[in-house]
Design a protein around this ligand. Structure first.
Ligand SMILES: *Cc1c(COP(=O)(O)O)cnc(C)c1O
Ligand SMILES: *[C@@H]1O[C@H](CO)[C@@H](O)[C@H](O)[C@H]1NC(C)=O
Length: 356
């Protein structure tokens, strides 16, 4: 059948592009481990080691290498620098009360990364072998995982084309690497509720684009809008889409609205994965968790600014929040839209979901 033949082709393809098994991992330990700072600004202090795995079209995947964290040397023409042929992931390792370290649903990140790689014309990799290499890296730098139930170790897998030529083409050289840094605690109280600037002037993602992949270009081109939001006294952009100003994402977070919908039903709603939404692991977890609670309707549906505005006017909004690995759950306090400020309400679920 079609399914089977597709499956077999995939299988064959995978077997020739496997990087060598995690068992071939080469480890070079750092002789000068850093002193660990008290949890620092996000993403500025990295741990002692990094993981690198090189690929070339002719040789396939090389043996994975864990080595001291350090600068890399790249060809100046390398197509990740010129054309943005690259992508990344973000996940966290937490230290439990039992002192064991746990990664939060890492296979979902491996899966998403693999989809992004396909979209970027970067080679396929074996997801579980790669995850095993990441596990070994975290194990080596385990002392960097904060002794805290709210802070964690942020894991940044990165995949770049190292194609050393200016042609716009499918890379024949690539590098998969992973760096780690401490991620401090985020506190969720009302004083810290996010303010959002909603304006159709800028678009984060569009149908047929790459908004559903974690590709660097999506974030670099959002900076200008982010700073314009700050000029309007807001912390983040509420990204709108289309003529009807659909609500899509907040900054680099998925968005949820808990409200009484147009039909008078209590509903937790988030936009559907139609290609312009990043399929967040936190988003998926919130959907699964709240569906299991069965306390209210949980829906993936379109939400427009006019629906939100009338719900706010009629006091049908219970709360809005953003979700993502970095902040987990982040309450939304107010939105600046077409010159008016809409104030949100209290945030009972933000507290509750954060504790789950
Ligand atoms: C990473 C990301 C998210 C959140 O995804 P998680 O897997 O929950 O961290 C949401 N939106 C965008 C645009 C993102 O880049
Ligand atoms: C690594 O690169 C940074 C920025 O270019 C530089 O400041 C630093 O000195 C480099 N480190 C080493 C060890 O070369």
């Amino acid at each position: 059948c079609r399914f089977c033949s597709n499956y077999c082709t995939d299988f064959f393809f995978l077997s020739i592009v496997f990087f060598k098994q995690a068992a071939d991992l080469v480890i070079q330990l750092s002789s000068t481990p850093k002193t660990k700072p008290e949890v620092s600004t996000f993403g500025s202090v990295f741990t002692d080691h990094m993981l690198t795995i090189e690929w070339s079209g002719t040789e396939g995947w090389q043996a994975p290498l864990i080595k001291p964290f350090g600068n890399m040397s790249l060809h100046p023409a390398c197509s990740s620098l010129h054309y943005g042929v690259q992508l990344f992931e973000g996940l966290k390792a937490y230290r439990g009360d039992d002192n064991y370290l746990r990664l939060f649903r890492p296979m979902l990140n491996m899966n998403r990364m693999s989809k992004s790689a396909k979209r970027a014309c970067l080679p396929t990799f074996d997801q579980s072998e790669f995850l095993e290499c990441i596990r070994r890296l975290v194990e080596i730098d385990q002392d960097w995982v904060p002794y805290s139930d709210s802070a964690g170790l942020y894991i940044r897998p990165t995949f770049i084309s190292t194609e050393p030529s200016l042609g716009v083409k499918k890379p024949s050289h690539a590098l998969l690497y992973v760096i780690l840094c401490q991620a401090g605690a985020y506190f969720h109280n009302e004083a810290e509720a996010l303010s959002l600037w909603a304006d159709p002037k800028y678009t984060r993602a569009w149908k047929g684009g790459t908004g559903d992949c974690k590709m660097g270009g999506n974030y670099g081109c959002s900076l200008l809008a982010q700073y314009e939001a700050v000029d309007y006294g807001c912390q983040q952009v509420l990204w709108l889409y289309g003529e009807d100003h659909q609500i899509t994402e907040a900054g680099t977070m998925n968005i949820f609205l808990h409200w009484i919908n147009e039909d008078g039903e209590e509903e937790l709603a988030t936009p559907p994965l139609d290609g312009i939404i990043l399929p967040g692991v936190t988003r998926q977890s919130i959907l699964e968790l709240t569906r299991k609670w069965g306390e209210f309707k949980v829906t993936e549906r379109y939400l427009t600014m006019s629906q939100l505005c009338s719900a706010l006017e009629q006091q049908r909004v219970r709360e809005m929040f953003g979700s993502g690995t970095a902040c987990m759950i982040c309450p939304i306090g107010h939105i600046v839209y077409q010159g008016t400020v809409s104030k949100g309400s209290t945030h009972p679920h933000t507290h509750y979901l954060s504790a789950q």
